[in-house]
Design a protein around this ligand. Structure first.
Ligand code: ZN
Length: 190
């Protein structure tokens, strides 16, 4: 009991020291924030989009309009410029052709220009590349799903036959399921 009394005394002594440091009253704090946040809504001078701004602001240009204006003034930033078309395209590996005639008549022998043969031959016909059989990951997943669905269908049919006790058609279904599982493995492994 004696100790408790001591604690009470300590608390009473500490209080005046805290009160020395003045803390801003809650009411004062709220008043200042309210004064700062006073705004009004005005339209953008160019496109008319309404924006909330400080009371001291009279006219406003929205972000989109400033972007468009800067691009008009200084052009698009580096890296965003559209690519220029660099003349007629040559097929990949044209350096290694024994004889390659460009569309504008220039003749190349293994990548070296032959000015004597300029415009003496027809341009070489470029064969369009065959589409590769390599599937993307998403395409593989789609194929997997399709095959899995078919397997489930066949399995359900087999289950029905087994339940009904019919032997006819079971072997055919089992073979189908086996072949389908083999197909799925191709798409999973790669
Ligand atoms: Zn605007």
């Amino acid at each position: 009991m004696v100790e408790k009394k001591d604690k009470r005394i300590k608390k009473k002594i500490k209080l005046p020291s805290k009160s020395k440091v003045k803390k801003p009253k809650k009411t004062e704090y709220i008043e200042t924030t309210q004064r700062v946040k006073k705004t009004h809504i005005i339209p953008c001078t160019n496109c008319g989009m309404e924006m909330e701004v400080d009371l001291s602001v009279i006219t406003v240009l929205c972000g989109n309009c400033t972007m468009i204006k800067t691009i008009k003034l200084y052009g698009p930033p580096k890296g965003c410029e559209p690519k220029k078309n660099e003349g007629p395209k040559k097929p990949p590996g044209w350096h290694f052709y024994k004889e390659f005639v460009d569309k504008d008549g220039k003749v190349y022998h293994k990548g070296i220009e032959q000015p004597e043969l300029f415009e003496t031959m027809d341009p070489t016909v470029i064969k369009p590349k065959k589409k590769s059989k390599h599937l993307s990951i998403r395409e593989k997943e789609e194929k997997q799903k399709e095959i899995f669905k078919e397997i489930q269908k066949n399995k359900r049919a087999l289950h029905k036959l087994v339940k009904a006790g019919k032997n006819r058609g079971q072997k055919c279904l089992i073979k189908k399921i086996q072949s389908l599982t083999r197909e799925v493995k191709k798409y999973i492994k790669r």
